[in-house]
Ligand binder design. Sequence first.
Ligand code: DGY
Length: 320
Amino acid sequence: MKPVIYITRKIPEVILQPYRDAFDFRMWEKENEPVPRDVLLREIASVDGVFCLLSEKIDHEFLAAAGNLKVVANMAVGYDNIDIQAANEHGVIVTNTPDVLTETTADLTFALMMAAARRIVEASDYIRDGKWEYWTPYLLAGSDIHDKTIGIVGMGRIGEAVARRAKGFGMSILYHTRTRKEQAEQELGVAHRGFTELLEEADFVISLVPLNEQTDKMFNQEAFGNMKSSAIFVNASRGGVVDENALLEALKSNEIQGAGLDVFANEPISPEHPLTGLDNVVCLPHIGSASTDTRTKMIELCLDNLKAVLNGQEAITPVR
Ligand code: DGY
């Protein structure tokens, strides 16, 4: 008997096909809609593995409902949707998708920073809204990126990939992590700073920290108060690391100049949310790793992890 996998969103058959010898699949057949919780809890009762997305909460209730479950493969590098301790207690292995999305997410992070600095979305809307009549000296003038200082908070793989891009733009690169990364300092010429010093010095503050108890709302009123009034804040990690009310106030009162946000505390963010109405904010629907190639690699890595664990081998990318 083949192991049975439950997949919580529709995945194209062409990707699943090579794995059909290894598993029997059951799948939520909608691409754009998450599986309702009651359906999920019913479906997982008898499966050996689950392929899930960020939209699924893997908690005690889920794990208790899953009688045979051995492995959960999360289609993301971040895993704040999963109670890792609870998974450990239930003897369930958790895997994520590091590495395959690093460069794609760094591309988007840099693009978001550039879009916010050079007012790209606002400028595009300017034409669509029929406002462009003349070329004028300061029409939609934004901030330079080259030769400025970028401050990366959270210097993991994606942080380093952003630093490499920043180097190409002639930027000075600061980073903040709890422990210094001497190899990155040597290889990339990045300089470590305390959190407050980084906020005070950087023209662009880039959040790439995972969400956990230490980072929850770390970008709060005090943090925005420490930034330059010309600073642009970019969040490409998790919305929960930002106090969104404090960010809104900082943007409205020009305490900082602008923001680029790919992630929000509650996703999807409502189009009525006040952050989406500000001209100096670029909002994206959590598309950091969303290139077709990378999303395919993430799916395949999930399936490879499931296959390895259910064949009695080590997971390829386990969350420890
Ligand atoms: C991740 O992998 O954690 C991303 O946020 C999803 O693209």
